[in-house]
Design a protein around this ligand. Structure first.
Ligand code: PAP
Length: 337
């Protein structure tokens, strides 16, 4: 049972909340970012901005989004700490929101990468990202983000839009992160021990993980009609039930007729790890272009898709240590993993 948070939303947000005045003009962004603390260790150096660590290219786009992104009351925003199952969530929400539009046998998700059907607020390219293209998307938009709640563009949490936040056991996030980092280039060879130490310090892309989760968790308790907090493990345990829950949260609950014809089961099957990884579009090519700055192999978004794979990569003792750190950091919030 969730306890009420010890801090109110306004307390936790005001601690780090950014505002457009804090962000330098576009032409000065590179200088601004290069003056921030930098640390190496992951495949690319990370920059610290207001307690969170970012890839410098991403940080620039987050700051640009801060100035340019205009949220709409009917937006659906999918938020997650990276490697928590964003790809899965994108597929699920896209399929739920468009279920009247597409047949399951001839569905866009069968030919388009799940990452590409929902644009990121902070990642331009592939038709996305705080650009003219994004602002011209028809309502209701489905958008994704890894941006911490306290750094979201102004009014995103208060404009009335719905936010779906997805978190995952931090141990599995770490293992997924390590494999993802080591897949960037052949030269990337970060050890589990190093990744573990960095992660335990809160030093990881969009980390500390616990602050990221805690901000959305606390906001979801304050505004449950606008922010829903999900766990990867919960979707794994009963994807069909989560499809129903998401449809209801989004204001488009499944009808009796849809229940009878098995729509929730069809959505869960279409978005399953087995289905998505069987598709050609998940096996070849690249996705996520930010100019030429960032690209990722399409296949890198799928690895094992399991709960508890951490135990194959770190010792029991390491698992317990990370659990204890996370528990301590989340103390008083009511959020537990
Ligand atoms: P991102 O942060 O780069 O967007 P994200 O999709 O959040 O990645 O996380 C990737 C993880 O979700 C991978 O976990 P793993 O490394 O432990 O295997 C990936 O396998 C998993 N994943 C992607 N799609 C699905 C799915 N349909 N069902 C279950 N897990 C999935």
């Amino acid at each position: 049972m969730a306890q009420l948070p010890s801090k109110t939303k306004s307390d936790s947000e005001s601690a780090t909340k950014t505002s457009p005045e804090d962000v330098p003009p576009k032409k000065c962004l590179d200088d601004f970012i290069s003056a921030l603390p930098t640390r190496e260790g992951w495949a690319r150096p990370l920059i610290q901005y207001k307690k969170y660590w970012f890839n410098p290219v991403m940080l620039k786009h987050i700051l640009l989004a801060e100035q340019a992104f205009v949220p709409r009351a009917d937006d659906i925003i999918l938020a997650a700490q990276p490697k928590s199952g964003t790809t899965w969530l994108k597929a699920l929400v896209f399929a739920i929101a468009n279920r009247a539009r597409y047949s399951f046998s001839d569905h866009p998700l069968l030919t388009r990468h799940a990452q590409d059907v929902v644009p990121y607020i902070e990642i331009p390219g592939a038709g996305t990202g705080h650009s003219d293209i994004e602002s011209s998307l028809p309502s209701p938009r489905i958008l994704a983000t890894h941006i911490p709640l306290s750094l979201l563009p102004p009014h995103t949490t208060t404009c009335g839009c719905r936010i779906v936040y997805l978190c995952r056991d931090p141990k599995d996030v770490l293992v997924s992160r390590l494999h993802f980092e080591n897949s960037f280039t052949k030269a990337s060879n970060i050890s589990m021990d190093n990744a573990f130490s960095m992660f335990c310090e809160g030093f990881s892309p969009y980390g500390p993980l616990w602050d990221h989760c805690r901000e959305y968790w606390e906001a979801s308790l304050v505004r449950p009609n606008h922010i829903i907090f999900l766990k990867y493990e919960e979707i794994k345990a009963d994807p069909v039930q989560v499809v129903r829950k998401l449809a209801t949260f989004l204001g488009i609950p499944l009808t009796q007729e849809e229940e009878s014809s098995g729509v929730a089961q069809e959505v869960a099957r279409l978005c399953s790890f087995e289905m998505l990884t069987s598709l050609q579009v998940s096996k070849v090519g690249v996705t996520h272009h930010v100019g030429n700055e960032v690209y990722v192999r399409s296949s890198s978004f799928y690895r094992k898709g399991k709960v508890g794979d951490w135990a194959n990569h770190m010792s029991q003792e390491m698992g317990e240590k990370l659990d204890a750190i996370v528990e301590e950091k989340l103390k008083g919030s009511g959020l537990v993993f």
